[in-house]
Write a protein that binds this ligand. Structure first.
Ligand code: ARG
Length: 472
């Protein structure tokens, strides 16, 4: 390799000042403002250094770079890593992005060898690699956060496998269920969220490095080596695809958006359940606020904000889908706008997952209220219909009709089903008798729901145990 200093970064800095000279000061400042990504892509610093170290080692192994230059570069990158960790690294907007900031600093630290690092690569494959690494790291962290939330839910589900509550459809009382069963529903949702993230991780785990600007490179690089060094399964198969698609980021955002929707549904239930009208649960002081004017208030702010923040994450997915739609191959600068939505979605979800795990862990139940509500609203009417099928051998449709008349009578009298007399039942249909009263208790109702995946307390205890095995 030639020993002439290439001084790429110096040229670039000069180019920036040339722009500043030719154009009026205002537009130059605006150009830098719209063009620079360093304010947000500094978050890729660690990934960028890891990518550069791997690239450098490969250049040495393939004889493209001397071992001496390689050592100097890797040591310099190590110093930069320390400066960034210590907060002493100066990020400069005139150097546009994280890649050029690090390369420029490397040149300051180690001189001309720094200019050789960019051999056989471009910022296009560099940023694609860095961003895949970042999303991969984030998926791993998010998997742990989801697991922690599942652990909180499973713990409460175990404690409340037999605690009855009303189950709803249309937000109208439907049939009694157990609180544990209700929480385990979310454990399943968050389990699938983990699965979606894991699937996305599997597909993104290919290394773009060596695709260069768009066409590959004429240098005899070893792409398998850099891929392996960075923990990728293999190098990407097509250089144009590798530098110009961001479907890995979209998949992450899609999984994040679905997860945020799950979180918002649970958050909404907490908001409902903590109202004085429901009064099912209490949130701890740690996750509620008071009112500056109404002393009696305890507001579920954290739950409300989790409910709200799904909007951002869904917006982030939309934002990147719209950036990508219609972009011709290969790289376009539009794609620099891929990062902020991903960072925002990741930060938002991390916060929401932690807040939700905290709220669930601290949740206390008002079991008397839950039990009373479970028995209200003729919630066990289906049990009468099922009994008519099972014991009297009636077709379900006919049983449903008879039970409907029982409910109507209770409604007219303003009483509960169990307050009706046997004679009242007999008057409605001869198949009914006093044995029906034993069905009307909520405990009997939930205990009878023993089908796989059903709400019987014994089932719920087993399901919680199984969830522990599957997810924790
Ligand atoms: N900061 C750029 C981005 O995030 C890096 C790639 C720049 N490539 C280019 N050809 N200008 O997309």
């Amino acid at each position: 390799m030639s020993k002439t200093p290439t001084s790429k970064t110096a040229d670039h800095t000069a180019a920036s000042s040339i722009w500043g000279g030719r154009f009026a000061e205002g537009p130059a400042a605006v150009m830098q403002k719209i063009n620079a990504s360093i304010d947000f892509d500094k978050r890729l610093a660690d990934q960028d250094i890891r990518g550069s170290v791997a690239h450098c080692a490969m250049l040495v192994a393939t004889g493209i770079l001397t071992a001496a230059d390689g050592e100097v570069i890797v040591n310099g990158l190590g110093l930069i890593r320390q400066e960034i960790a210590a907060g002493t690294f100066v990020f400069r907007a005139e150097l546009e992005d994280i890649h050029m900031n690090i390369e420029a600093r490397l040149a300051e630290l180690v001189g001309e060898a720094a200019g050789r690092l960019h051999t056989a690569r471009s910022r296009n494959d560099q940023v694609a690699t860095d961003f895949r690494l970042w999303v991969r790291d984030t998926i791993d962290g998010m998997g742990l956060a989801l697991r922690d939330l599942q652990a909180a839910l499973i713990g409460q589900a175990e404690a409340h496998a037999a605690t009855v509550m009303p189950g709803f459809t249309h937000l109208q009382v439907a049939q009694p269920v157990t609180f544990g069963h209700h929480l385990l529903a979310y454990v399943e949702m968050f389990g699938r969220d983990r699965g979606r993230l894991a699937d996305a991780r599997g597909r993104l785990n290919e290394c773009p490095l060596g695709s260069a600007a768009l066409a590959g490179t004429s240098f005899p690089i070893d792409r398998a080596m850099t891929a392996a060094a960075l923990g990728f399964d293999r190098p990407t198969a097509n250089s144009l695809d590798a530098v110009s698609d961001r479907d890995f980021a979209l998949e992450f955002l899609a999984a994040a958006a679905i997860c945020a929707v799950h979180l918002s549904r649970l958050a909404e239930e907490l908001v409902l359940w903590t109202t004085s009208q429901f009064g099912f649960v209490s949130l701890s002081d740690k996750f509620t606020t008071g009112s500056s004017i109404m002393p009696q208030k305890r507001n579920p702010d954290a739950a409300e904000l989790v409910r709200a923040k799904a909007g951002r994450v869904i917006g982030d997915l939309n934002a990147l889908l719209i950036v990508m739609k219609g972009l011709p191959l290969a790289y376009s600068k539009d794609m620099q706008d891929d990062k902020e939505p991903v960072f925002e979605a990741a930060d938002t979800l991390e916060l929401c997952l932690a807040a939700m795990a905290g709220m669930i862990r601290d949740l206390t139940l008002r079991e008397d209220r839950l039990r009373a509500a479970a028995g209200a609203g003729f919630a066990t009417a289906t049990d009468i219909a099922d009994w008519l099928v099972r014991v009297a051998g009636l077709p379900f449709r006919q049983a449903h009709h008879i039970t409907g008349r029982v409910v109507r009578l209770a409604e007219q009298r303003g009483c509960r089903l169990e307050d009706l007399a046997e004679a009242d039942l007999k008057a409605i249909d001869d198949h009914l008798d006093a044995r029906v009263f034993a069905l009307l208790g909520v405990e009997a109702s939930v205990a009878s729901r023993t089908s796989f995946g059903g709400t019987a307390p014994a089932n719920v205890a087993t399901a919680a145990q199984a969830a522990r095995q599957r997810f924790l």
